[in-house]
Design a protein around this ligand. Structure first.
Ligand SMILES: [Zn+2]
Length: 82
């Protein structure tokens, strides 16, 4: 019987934990037009291997592929290689 109580307790703790991880979805999944979301998408700079926030990256379309760089320097270096 005590085991069952523990299970229920664990379930409850787990459930409230999930609730804190995923707060109410009433805001809608795509409210990205809010001022700077904390979970901003990070993109990889293929030149130096640094991750940069998408909004701060230098974008370039090279051979039909979209690439993101931390700086213009990296972009031009990458372009030289390709
Ligand atoms: Zn870079």
């Amino acid at each position: 019987m005590i085991k069952l109580l523990l299970l229920v307790l664990l379930f409850f703790v787990g459930y409230s934990f999930i609730q804190t991880l995923f707060p109410s979805r009433s805001k809608g999944p795509k409210s990205s037009d809010n001022a700077k979301p904390e979970g901003e998408q990070m993109v990889l700079d293929p030149q130096c291997g640094t991750y940069i926030p998408l909004s701060e990256s230098v974008k370039a379309n090279i051979q039909g592929q979209q690439h993101y760089f931390c700086s213009r320097k990296c972009r031009s270096q990458f372009k030289k290689k390709h």
